[in-house]
Design a binder for this molecule. Structure first.
Ligand code: SF4
Length: 141
């Protein structure tokens, strides 16, 4: 397996661990309002690494007509390009912060995000991949 594929596999492992932890934590509940994906309304910016962004495009391009029709992330910067109604149209490709943000308990969610984000930072170092951590929409430019 080449270095980039190994890095993607490591990222997917981190995602699975984060998903498992979130599911097991009773403080973290999602009401599927879609608000956190409407960035301007929620006062959020979604930061992702380049590797995470590439995974979003790889999965979201196949799963979302909206994403594959143009340049994902290059549209309305106030809303995630993969949001479909109030639901995520890119469940498989969504980034760590999408998997670990919960408005039911933001402090618990932040702890989960920080722990797993440290692992993502380390995987970039280990595989010699530029970290390039910035807002989603900047990656699309
Ligand atoms: S990828 Fe999905 S979960 Fe993440 S911000 Fe976009 S719509 Fe929301």
């Amino acid at each position: 397996m080449e270095a980039h594929e190994q890095a993607v596999a490591a990222l997917r492992r981190i995602y699975r661990e984060a998903d498992d932890e979130a599911r097991a934590d009773p403080r973290l509940r999602c009401e599927l309002s879609g608000r956190c994906c409407r960035f301007r309304e929620a006062g959020h910016r979604l930061f992702v690494t380049r590797l995470e962004y590439e995974e979003m495009v790889r999965w979201g391009g196949a799963a979302s007509a909206k994403a594959s029709a143009g340049k994902p992330g290059a549209g309305d910067e106030g809303v995630c390009p993969w949001l479909q109604g109030t639901l995520c149209g890119n469940r498989e490709g969504r980034a760590l912060a999408c998997r670990t943000y919960y408005c039911s308990d933001e402090a618990a969610a932040a702890g989960l995000t920080e722990r797993h984000h440290r692992e993502i930072r380390r995987l970039h170092e280990r595989h010699g991949i530029p970290y390039d951590y910035r807002p989603l929409h900047e990656h699309a430019r």
